[in-house]
Design a protein around this ligand. Structure first.
Ligand code: E4P
Length: 216
């Protein structure tokens, strides 16, 4: 499973990029709205220049014609832009349009295996099931990833599954075990993934022993 970072915050993206394990970035209108003093297109350009992999920019339109117009503008920003589309009939019409043009798409707001199958059949490059939001309403987000992964494997579907709406490190492990290809992860959860008390304790012990060494 690969890691994307789920943010439009350029400072966070720069830090995570330096860690060397980020393969892409996802944004959404809520994440972009948190960013001050920069336009959506400028921010996508900055991100897509820094990060080589897929950078998802989401359309705001709710009709297919509007989504296609916005998506074409987004995909003109950089070759690694992925057009993010909502899981609606109009979103899938736009998805098929972009698939036929060879433009990558990420169909978002997936909450059922059937929605993922529909998006895959409309040519989606990625589908984004939201596991945290399902857990919030008492459903099993990780189980959805497993269902989608099973269906895609059974039917030789090469659409990639991005586990989205990640809230904590346990979601990462569960998504990896369930067969997600990618987990798009908020910065604070990426930071948490590094931590283990025995790692810190081990470093302290090594350094203390080093200080006590007998130099001959
Ligand atoms: C996915 O691409 C979305 O940007 C994101 O994961 C949504 O997460 P949330 O439920 O924390 O808003």
């Amino acid at each position: 499973m690969k890691f994307f970072i789920d943010t439009a915050n350029f400072e966070h993206i720069k830090v995570a990029h330096q860690w060397g394990m980020i393969d892409g970035v996802t944004t959404n209108p809520s994440l972009v709205a948190k960013e001050k003093d920069v336009s959506f297109h400028e921010r996508l350009k900055e991100i897509a220049t820094l990060v080589e992999g897929s950078v998802s920019g989401e359309v705001i339109a709710i009709d297919a014609e509007g989504m296609i117009k916005e998506g074409l503008e987004l995909s003109a920003i950089a070759p690694n832009i992925t057009v993010k589309l909502p899981m609606t009939p109009a979103g899938l019409t736009a998805c098929r349009y972009f698939a036929n043009k060879g433009i990558k798409t990420n169909v978002t707001l997936i909450f059922s295996a059937n929605q993922a199958l529909l998006a895959a059949r409309a040519g989606a490059t990625y589908v984004s099931p939201f596991i945290g939001r399902l857990d919030d309403i008492g459903q099993d987000g990780a189980a959805l990833i497993e269902e989608i992964a099973t269906i895609f494997a059974l039917h030789n579907i090469d659409t990639q599954i991005i586990a989205a709406s990640i809230r904590h490190p346990q979601h990462i492990q569960a998504a990896a075990l369930a067969g997600a290809h990618i987990a798009t992860t908020p910065f604070h959860v990426l930071e948490q993934l590094f931590k283990h008390p025995l790692t810190d304790k081990g470093i302290d012990a090594f350094l203390a022993d080093w200080e006590k060494r007998q130099v001959k």
